[in-house]
Write a protein that binds this ligand. Structure first.
Ligand code: AMP
Ligand code: MG
Length: 530
């Protein structure tokens, strides 16, 4: 009987270095004076492999034969442990929707251990949906196929887009039913259970540090910070007061980078609680996320946040800053001085603003952001998007086709971008006039850079994706998978590996969201129920 994957070399630093919960029985509880609890995944009835990612498998050294083996399915459903695995769940807390929520923890995620790949790079393997843990609180520790397809596809799609993210190795169904009330409205139904294996250098969150500070457990806090620096920020050197400050500054900087990417591709996370903020600045915990289709800065896909819209698209940069403030408060006991923390926080704001300006300039095909006039051009463009429903992704791709020749007629200008509009019949009168005015100003600005149209287009097409995982696309894949047909998951996996390339046979996935998806559950409305 197979018991190991040849390529997976576990070194399990996390459990070696940090303090374990003394209790090893698996029941829900508060876990103090520890960073994790040893926890075994729950065995499931009839696991079946739905999909795996060739790319992250390759990164781990797993072959196609490995991934197609029954052993792989058993291990990544949580039924069997491969040699070297030592499963554990992490204790963390978090601020949810602005309020301290106390202990949360890996309620349905179980780490299998950490491997070092052939290049010495560290990867943690983590099952999501593999049964109850000490941190499950009142929930069941399980996940349904619907949310698991969304997490699996989006993790890998984000990576291909160049957005820092946790990865996803595998998606299996468990052969068991999981009951969910999708909109918390009394309409519970049985759905297919599933487990995703996520992969990241580390799954630590801001809330992993907050929990120890909230309990005034400085010993655990220091141990965890030191561990993080030594394992994931080793370039900073051995932990010291100075290194703590540099470390926090780097977390701020990585977070700023991630948010710039989200704003670039139109990704709305949906639940930016501090327990969903990775210490490595990775997009983590794909729940009720969504993609801006018609550009609306106030949009959030998460119906649970409908009233306040705390996590709406335009608020993401500010929420990240708020979350970093919570992290600063948590690590203050190690630094005992406000100034360096404040400095790092203002670095976040500065880096976000500069990064955002540069990113927006590049989306427009400009060589550099050159100041106030470019800012005005960007602001005015975003205001145009509000005049009539404009598909953000399509718009930037079409804008790359704009001829900068001054003699281009108004009709030709509009024809270039026409397909980005949900109500093209609204492109007349004042609205059309404003769009044309903007396009002509843009053309004048382009001439300053002196790029050819061809050069500009290839630069723009490297930053403005043609294909993103529009909410309705994921939903179509889910609907099929729930009927036992996984073909669309596989098709989207391949499509989204090359989001910036023209893929002639796949034009349909680069089109506007179909009308039926405007109000359909899973396409425009999602919740935390998963
Ligand atoms: P989320 O809003 O998905 O980030 O989850 C917040 C917290 O609830 C985390 O501690 C999760 O582990 C936990 N959680 C979410 N869903 C479940 C579930 N079905 N069973 C156990 N814990 C869960
Ligand atoms: Mg979470």
């Amino acid at each position: 009987m197979t018991t190991k994957f040849k390529a997976l070399h576990f070194d399990n630093q996390f459990t070696k270095v940090l303090t374990a919960d003394e209790e090893t029985a698996n029941y829900r509880r508060q876990v103090a004076h520890a960073c994790y609890s040893f926890t075994t995944p729950t065995v499931v009835k009839a696991p079946k492999l739905v999909a795996y990612s060739v790319e992250i498998a390759g990164e781990l050294g797993l072959t196609e034969a490995d991934c197609r083996s029954d052993f792989f399915t058993q291990v990544f459903a949580g039924n069997q442990l491969a040699e070297g695995m030592q499963p554990y769940t992490m204790c963390y807390g978090g601020h949810q929707f602005g309020n301290w929520a106390g202990q949360l923890g890996d309620g349905r995620a179980i780490n299998l251990g950490e491997v070092l790949n052939s290049k010495g790079k560290r990867w943690t393997l983590q099952l999501k949906g593999a049964g109850i843990t000490p941190y499950s609180r009142s929930a069941d520790g399980l996940a349904v196929l619907r949310s698991s397809v969304r997490e699996f596809l989006c993790s890998e799609a984000m990576h291909a887009l160049g957005v820092p993210t946790t990865r996803a190795l595998s998606l299996v169904t468990t052969g068991e039913e999981v009951v969910r009330d999708m909109f918390y409205d009394g309409n519970a139904k049985a759905e297919m259970g599933a487990v995703v294996c996520r992969v990241a250098p580390s799954f630590l969150r801001f809330g992993s540090f907050e929990i120890h500070a909230a309990r005034n457990d400085i010993e655990q806090l220091k141990a965890l910070v030191d561990y993080t620096i030594r394992t994931d920020f080793s370039h900073l050197g051995e932990p010291s007061l100075e290194v703590y400050q540099q470390w926090f500054a780097e977390v701020c900087s990585k977070t700023a980078e991630m948010i710039v990417h989200w704003q670039r591709v139109g990704f709305v996370h949906g639940v930016m609680n501090t327990d969903n903020m990775s210490i490595l600045g990775l997009t983590i915990d794909y729940g009720p996320y969504g993609w801006l289709e018609n550009y609306d800065p106030n949009w959030t896909p998460n119906t649970t946040d409908k009233g306040q819209r705390r996590y709406r698209f335009a608020n993401q940069p500010e929420i990240a800053a708020w979350n970093l403030n919570r992290l600063a408060n948590a690590i203050y006991p190690l630094i005992e001085s406000v100034e360096p923390l404040k400095e790092a926080l203002s670095l976040y704001s500065k880096q976000f603003v500069t990064g955002y300006q540069q990113m927006m300039a590049h989306k427009l095909g400009l060589l550099e952001f050159t100041g106030q006039q470019d800012q005005q051009l960007i602001d005015d463009l975003l205001a145009l998007f509000a005049l009539t429903e404009t598909d953000m992704t399509i718009f930037y791709r079409l804008l790359a086709n704009l001829p900068t020749d001054n003699s281009t007629s108004d009709v030709d200008l509009i024809a270039t971008i026409n397909k980005a509009y949900y109500q093209p019949e609204e492109l007349k009168g004042e609205i059309q006039q404003q769009i044309i005015l903007w396009l002509r100003r843009y053309m004048v600005r382009l001439q300053l850079d002196g790029l050819s149209d061809k050069q500009r287009k290839s630069a723009m097409n490297l930053i403005n994706p043609k294909y993103v995982l529009r909410n309705y696309m994921a939903q179509l894949a889910i609907d099929k998978a729930e009927q036992g047909d996984n073909s669309l998951i596989h098709e989207l996996q391949v499509l989204l590996l090359h989001p910036y390339d023209e893929q002639a046979s796949q034009e349909k996935w680069a089109e506007k969201r179909p009308d039926w998806a405007r109000t359909k559950a899973g396409c425009s409305m999602l919740s935390c129920s998963s």
